[in-house]
Design a protein around this ligand. Structure first.
Ligand code: MIG
Length: 811
């Protein structure tokens, strides 16, 4: 692990348990434990176990599978406020009925049985058949620490036999995390590596799998926190935080999918984004002038490479003052942006939290007048240093500040026509030794005044939340698009995210794949990396391989630090330009599928990217696989992650798949070698799937003639009934909420050895494009094909009406 965030200054009092344990005498480290339960009281929607040494435990059941435990060392349970958890999504939540014997309190739901020891409040959580899922070791305990001046709340559980761990949001190491320790303390980790920890995001959610069953823990505490999966003690898994309550949710499976879906129910999902935000995006730090920026757009048109969005980085501002333009470099921003939009390019602008100390600058003046900036302990406004020099920072944890902030977007959004906002530096980053605010900085925390200790990990999320509200206010009823670097659990409700300042190396391409999968498993689907790498110079091959992966990531943006020349898809000449064009075009061909996968994520909580462990955790082969994943229900991808490689070994989970490039049918459940010269990536379609492909467009909302292709990959007999969905709507605005959408479910099955049938159910009123059905896997011409009972010419490609209901194919 990196030591970049170790305690350096006593003033900041950055206490890290590990260092403390090493440096202090043992007797000063006090492990304090709950005493004996003396009373079970009724709380609001919960039962409260009260111990003879003041410790309280509040227990509620949100559903049969989600249990909420809140331990208060000093008996103060607080009002239960959380920025992340959405108990309102569980109308049947409530206090469990409890019984008591001499040693334990017992309660159960339809899925779980829980035992709590009267002495020490140790929990054992089992499924309804009595299989132990989670078993406390020390359970809840805490340190009333003098040097730290507060409670460090801790929790230790036994690692179960052959238990594996996953999750924790944005970590760059291998996906399976047993034997490791992590920290959550949002950090500006420029040029991070595979062992750097913490990174920018703080997602205190992990998954354990043992005995073929999965469960999750969401530790809803925004203080600096730590997670140990058997690093300190081999058979013990612990998590702790430097303050607050021991407040966690146990989320039952039994499958990984169940756990992830339930976590989404608990912490929310995004709204449908505008379709253009799922297109290809191009960014650099920075395209510095109007000329450079409009030349960039022309580059996409000249090279016929589709693109939806171009980004302006901090240099568009006047001296890094947020909400201003450098009018020398961009003399008429509104005009420029509207002209670009007429050609299909949306413009996204960066906004940082640091507001330059500069009397006369309207944001500074308003911020001071409105008391919007974070203050120090004794009341002075805090001044930190970032790009503009001395800065004040809005307290985004204060509702009135969020309202003020959202109003600031009128100029950029309503007047200039900026289409989306990118929030950077919101960990928050500060150019001091400790890289962030001092711990004593005050925050409102939505009416729960506290210091930066508690607000740090949520700061970025509240900033992007306010930013999103600002875009929405001035966006003419269009869907807002925002992107954030820092995040706590629940940030996905407001914005997409990227993985920060990576490096142009093959290792970072591998890490980008792992990070995006892990984020998806941890609740954050709409994510991507800086394609091609942010730092250092990329090369044609690496960039091409990264684009090939990046087009399958929900957020698809090329970004680079700009120090090493240009990193546009045509910057490396042939053969790279043509190959990158082919893959960016494939992204646009796949948009109806990607958009549908996003819709499904919102409907079900299923992530858009799914690691193998998610697909089949009963197959032990999936436990240590890092590279292969599915996008949505039916596409399997495995990136090429080495220079000079023309293929790779990879694993497909059980089932049957078609190689997208040559229609070869392969069986899963074993390793295969997949060829992939520079112009291919290992890419498979599930047998039985119906894959919609749009005509190539220059940008997502370009009107083009031509049918939507429905590629039907015939199932084998073992496949059973395979379902595919297509969701479509206008791609922006909210008319879909009033019925202006189209949703179709295609059920494909082999009804006999030589007979395949597709049945379609449809909903919604949105007009559909004409369709053309492409058959894959017929082994020559089919004998006959009927569409809605009408025979059509038996070919590989057949015409069908937009709203067809049934296809029958005789082979
Ligand atoms: O300290 O705005 O991660 O994407 O280009 C560097 C300049 C500040 C860091 C972001 C990066 C962005 C850069 N920013």
């Amino acid at each position: 692990m990196s030591d970049s965030n170790e305690d350096k200054s006593l003033e900041n009092d950055t206490f890290e348990k590990e260092n403390y344990m090493d440096s202090k005498k043992k007797e000063e480290v006090l492990d304090l434990f709950p005493g004996r339960v003396k009373e079970i009281a009724a709380g609001e929607g919960c039962k409260v176990l009260v111990c003879d040494n003041k410790v309280k435990l509040a227990v509620s059941a949100l559903s049969d599978e989600i249990l909420h435990f809140r331990f208060a060392p000093d008996g103060h349970l607080g009002d239960g406020f959380s920025y992340a958890a959405m108990p309102e999504n569980f109308p049947d939540r409530g206090a469990p009925e409890m019984t008591e014997d001499e040693e334990f309190v017992h309660f159960s739901t339809n899925s779980l049985q829980v035992k709590i020891s009267l002495q020490g409040l140790l929990l054992t959580i089992s499924d309804s058949e009595g299989n132990v899922m989670s078993e406390d070791e020390k359970g809840f305990h805490w340190e009333g620490n003098r040097a730290f001046g507060g409670n460090i709340v801790q929790y230790s559980r036994r690692i179960q036999p052959r238990e594996h761990f996953y999750g924790l949001g944005d970590k760059s190491c291998h996906p399976e995390i047993r034997g490791r320790r992590f920290e959550l303390w949002g950090s500006d980790t420029y040029a991070y590596g595979s062992e750097t920890d913490p990174l920018y995001k703080n997602i205190p959610f992990f998954i354990g799998i043992h005995h073929g069953q999965a469960y999750g823990i969401f530790f809803d505490n925004t203080h600096r926190s730590f997670f140990d999966f058997g690093k300190e003690r081999k058979e013990t898994s612990s998590f702790w935080a430097q303050g607050g309550l021991m407040d966690f949710y146990y989320i039952h499976g039994p499958t990984v999918r169940d756990v992830v879906r339930r976590f989404a129910q608990l912490t929310g999902v995004p709204e449908l984004p505008p379709l253009w935000s799922l297109g290809f995006h191009q960014c650099k730090w920075s395209y510095k002038t109007e000329k450079e920026f409009t030349d960039l757009a022309q580059g996409f048109l000249d090279n016929r490479i589709p693109c939806d969005a171009l980004y302006v980085d901090i240099d568009y501002m006047d001296g890094y003052r947020c909400f201003t333009w450098n009018l020398e470099s961009f003399p008429k921003p509104g005009e420029m942006i509207r002209k670009l939009e007429a050609k299909g390019f949306k413009t996204v602008a960066i906004i940082d939290p640091g507001i330059k100390v500069d009397p006369g600058y309207f944001v500074y003046d308003e911020g001071v007048a409105g008391d919007h900036f974070c203050r120090q302990m004794d009341g002075d406004i805090y001044t930190g240093k970032v790009w503009p020099g001395d800065c004040h920072f809005p307290d985004f944890t204060k509702p009135s500040v969020r309202i003020w902030w959202s109003g600031l977007f009128e100029g950029l959004i309503a007047e200039d026509g900026i289409a989306g906002i990118w929030n950077d530096m919101n960990e928050p980053a500060d150019f001091n030794e400790d890289k962030t605010f001092p711990r004593h900085i005050r925050h409102d925390y939505d009416g729960h005044p506290c210091s930066h200790r508690r607000a740090h990990n949520i700061y970025g999320t509240q900033m992007i939340r306010a930013t999103r509200e600002g875009i929405a206010k001035f966006n003419d009823g269009k869907r807002p698009f925002a992107i954030t670097r820092s995040a706590y659990a629940g940030a996905w409700r407001y914005a997409s995210a990227w993985t920060g300042d990576n490096i142009s190396t093959w290792e970072h391409l591998r890490m980008a794949n792992i990070q995006c999968q892990r984020l998806n498993l941890s609740g954050y689907s709409f994510v991507g990396s800086d394609i091609g790498g942010f730092l250092d110079k990329t090369n044609g091959e690496l960039f091409t391989r990264w684009v090939q992966l990046g087009i399958f990531h929900p957020f698809c943006r090329v970004h680079s630090s700009g120090e090493h020349g240009s990193q546009e898809p045509w910057s490396f000449g042939e053969p790279y330009t043509s190959i990158m064009r082919k893959f960016i075009e494939l992204r646009y061909r796949l948009l109806p599928y990607i958009y549908t996968s996003f819709y499904q994520h919102i409907q079900t909580g299923d992530p858009i990217l799914r690691p193998l462990i998610y697909l089949d955790h009963e197959d032990t082969e999936t436990f240590h696989r890092a590279d292969e994943f599915t996008l949505g229900d039916n596409l399997v991808v495995c990136p090429i992650t080495e220079a000079g490689s023309e293929g790779r070994w990879m694993y497909l989970t059980k089932g049957h798949y078609y190689n997208y490039w040559n229609d070869e049918l392969v069986a899963g459940g074993e390793e295969i070698f997949c060829q992939a010269k520079l112009d291919q990536i290992p890419f498979f379609v599930r047998a039985g799937a119906l894959l919609p492909l749009d005509p190539v467009r220059q940008y997502s909302w370009e009107k083009v003639e031509g049918p939507q292709e429905h590629h039907l990959y015939l199932p084998t007999e073992e496949c059973g009934a395979v379902q595919s969905q297509i969701y479509a709507d206008a791609g922006d605005h909210y008319d879909y909420q009033k019925g202006d959408f189209a949703q179709a479910t295609y059920t494909v099955r082999r009804t006999a050895a030589d007979q395949v049938e597709v049945q379609v159910t449809r909903e919604g009123t949105h007009p559909l494009p004409p369709t053309r059905i492409h058959l894959h896997g017929t082994n020559g011409k089919p004998k006959s094909v009927t569409v809605d009972g009408v025979p059509v010419a038996a070919e590989q490609i057949v015409e069908a009406p937009a709203d067809y209901r049934k296809i029958e194919i005789a082979l």
